[in-house]
Design a binder for this molecule. Structure first.
Ligand SMILES: NC(=O)c1ccc[n+]([C@@H]2O[C@H](COP(=O)([O-])OP(=O)(O)OC[C@H]3O[C@@H](n4cnc5c(N)ncnc54)[C@H](OP(=O)(O)O)[C@@H]3O)[C@@H](O)[C@H]2O)c1
Length: 286
């Protein structure tokens, strides 16, 4: 039987690399990994030519402009990568009978809720990054109504730029650090998200639409730092501070917990507890 060919964009990012590492567990698929230098997704003609050569059955878009603060200054580029380019990938998929899986973010919400966001809740991005990602969701469905879009939050992995790796350095170097305690969400271990995506494809079931995926838990960044400290046995003092004491160019949602019931009900995926995922991540970093 012919193997399904899966093209993965952004293959050097946290999610892309995680999919690459898991590929060995999915021998029924043939993967083509495309880094930013292989295929910059905002070079539309190049993208069409590349995909025409690969002829993928599935495109997983793990590429994104993720510099949340810089996006406030680079609005056009953020929209080009996170918005228009998604439309180009989606249109290619729709025009060639391929399936499209795109990844989005909790930052599409305004953060003013006090209960976990479901997929149908009203969006209201507070930053250029969030708005550009929302534009990507719209373009995915506009050009390929059969798309699956997975929103995720607070992504971490043993590699790449993320909170866990930053904290690991600070907790070992400093005597005390200050961490924001009034932004609530749930972390997502990139390899868990990667597995969820590949398990959806393995299931053979395809139900287009938006899904939420994160690890299970409800914490602040401060709680996250405290748990990292506990798991590595560091002694650095961690002080809880309000967001107002840590101003950033881009506004973050105060509350961005994602309700993951839909992905569980439709695809039988049960996200594990964030502390367990953190333990695995720190184990790989040791
Ligand atoms: N990180 C988070 O906390 C978070 C939270 C919620 C949602 N998400 C979403 O989850 C998805 C995966 O994020 P991630 O954490 O894996 O991000 P990441 O580590 O920043 O990886 C993104 C990848 O996209 C690549 N890229 C950037 N611009 C590109 C372009 N024009 N063409 C092709 N590739 C390009 C980057 O290339 P370089 O390596 O060369 O920079 C990088 O490898 C994204 O859709 C993101 O918006 C992330």
């Amino acid at each position: 039987m012919k193997k399904l060919t899966i093209a993965v964009t952004g293959s050097q990012g946290q999610l892309g690399r995680s999919i690459h590492e898991l590929a060995v567990d999915y021998p029924e698929f043939q993967f083509v990994f495309l880094s930013r230098s292989d295929m910059p997704i905002h070079h539309f003609e190049l993208v069409r030519n590349f995909l025409a050569g690969i002829k993928p059955d599935v495109v997983i878009n793990a590429a994104a402009y993720t510099a949340v603060d810089r996006a406030e200054q680079e609005k056009d580029l953020a929209y080009q990568v996170n918005g228009e380019s998604v439309g180009v990938l989606a249109a290619w998929c729709a025009g060639h009978g391929a399936r499209f899986i795109h990844v989005s973010t909790d930052y599409v919400f305004d953060g003013e809720s006090d209960k976990p966001y479901v997929e149908t809740d009203a969006t209201g991005p507070q930053s250029v990054y969030g708005a550009s990602k929302l534009e990507g969701e719209k373009q995915a469905f506009q050009f390929c109504p059969n798309s699956i879009v997975i929103r995720t939050s607070w992504v971490f992995a043993p590699f790449g730029k993320n909170f866990v790796r930053t904290m690991l350095g600070l907790l070992q170097e400093k005597e005390s650090i200050r961490v924001v305690n009034d932004q609530i969400g749930s972390p997502t271990y990139a390899p868990d998200l990667a597995r969820a995506i590949l398990d959806i494809l393995r299931s053979g079931k395809w139900v287009a639409g938006i899904y939420h995926f994160s690890n299970a838990g409800r914490i602040s960044w401060f709680d996250f730092a405290i748990e990292i400290r506990a798991q590595i046995g560091a002694t650095c003092k961690v002080e809880a501070i309000p967001t107002s004491d840590y101003p950033t160019p881009a506004k973050r949602p105060r509350f961005s917990l994602l309700n993951t019931d839909k992905i569980s009900e439709v695809f039988g995926l049960k996200p594990r507890d964030w502390k367990e995922a953190l333990r695995e991540c720190l184990g790989k970093l040791r």
